[in-house]
Design a protein around this ligand. Structure first.
Ligand SMILES: NC(=O)c1ccc[n+]([C@@H]2O[C@H](COP(=O)([O-])OP(=O)(O)OC[C@H]3O[C@@H](n4cnc5c(N)ncnc54)[C@H](OP(=O)(O)O)[C@@H]3O)[C@@H](O)[C@H]2O)c1
Length: 300
């Protein structure tokens, strides 16, 4: 433990992230002195991950702690900070940290105004709110935004959580978060739709069938970007694309819009880097347009 060792920690609230991060900080030797949470889910998480830590009202948690972890939903954060500051629950020198990806330091302005040391510390990870998350923090990247005086403290907290820091400028927080959400959240939709198509095709184990392929595709994309692309678009196999569109329309029409949207985006990128010629791209675009058009006509 470094210079953060003397800080007592309070958590508002005991959600998926708050319970897990504070449990990991506790395991690193920090006393967690109080936690706030009203719902049964939050109380059960606190009991499981923070046994013995008293549940208190948010303002009492703030008053009891040297380091206040604000782990409430993004949209609640401005109001929670403002109410805590207005009620005099925050103080000069206190460390106030939130874990939102979208927000930076601006949302913590009411805390900074009373002299608190403010840090935005976002784990680029998906949380279940259970013990399994604890190990996933090892090697997890944390998107940090902090003033010069808090940079060392922020990096030390990340190290104690087992993670790695990456610095995000205040004005880029939302774009940073959009990148993570586009990758991780939309991947869930993409994979679920792909499993649905395989199920509709009668494949008995869609997940097991996709796993080796998707593992390889993800590894290749992360290592090589667009150069990792294989498949009918980059080969210019227009007849195969037309056949896909026809069978998706017939068997899984709900998946057609995202197939078409991603095919267009994939094609644009392949044209830009010169791997698909414009004349070939034109044929693919026509196939995509016709599929979209025929579905919209049927819907009328
Ligand atoms: N989930 C993820 O995978 C993930 C990943 C990275 C970052 N984050 C960020 O971490 C933060 C927390 O997300 P989460 O997923 O942990 O949320 P969550 O599971 O929904 O938990 C939210 C917690 O905040 C409490 N809360 C809600 N409104 C409140 C209010 N007005 N005043 C005081 N407490 C309130 C809830 O208490 P009750 O249960 O009693 O309502 C609950 O304990 C968000 O900023 C989110 O963007 C989440």
């Amino acid at each position: 433990m470094g210079t953060t060792s003397a800080l007592s920690i309070g958590v508002i609230g005991a959600g998926r992230v708050g319970a897990v991060l504070s449990a990991r900080l506790r395991a690193a030797g920090h006393p967690v002195v109080a936690v706030a949470g009203e719902s049964d889910a939050s109380r059960e998480r606190a009991a499981a991950l923070l046994p013995g830590v008293p549940l208190m009202k948010p303002s009492a948690v703030a008053r009891a702690s040297d380091l206040l972890l604000l782990t409430v939903p993004d949209d609640m954060l401005p109001n929670v900070v403002q109410v805590l500051a207005d009620s005099g629950a925050l103080r000069a020198g206190q460390v106030v940290v939130h874990t939102s990806g979208r927000h930076g330091l601006a949302v913590l302005a009411p805390a900074a105004a009373v002299g608190a040391r403010v840090i935005a510390l976002h784990p680029a990870m998906t949380f279940t709110g259970t013990e399994v998350d604890l190990d996933r923090l090892t090697g997890c990247v944390f998107g940090l935004t902090a003033g010069a005086a808090e940079r060392g403290l922020a990096e030390e907290l990340v190290a104690e959580l087992g993670g790695r820091p990456t610095w995000v400028p205040e004005e880029m927080r939302t774009l940073y978060h959009a990148g993570l959400a586009h990758g991780a959240n939309h991947l869930v939709t993409l994979v679920s739709e792909a499993m649905g198509l395989l199920s509709a095709a009668g494949v008995s184990d869609p997940a097991g069938t996709l796993r080796p392929l998707l593992d390889a595709a993800l590894d290749n994309a992360l290592a090589h970007g667009d150069a990792a692309l294989t498949g009918p678009i980059v080969r210019g196999d227009v007849k195969t694309i037309r056949a896909h569109l026809a069978d998706i329309t017939a068997n899984a029409p709900d998946t057609l819009p995202s197939y078409v949207a991603l095919a267009r985006a994939t094609l644009d990128r392949a044209v830009t880097d010169g791997r698909v010629l414009p004349i070939q791209a034109h044929k693919i675009v026509r196939a995509l347009d016709e599929a979209t058009w025929s579905v919209s006509v049927q819907a009328q």
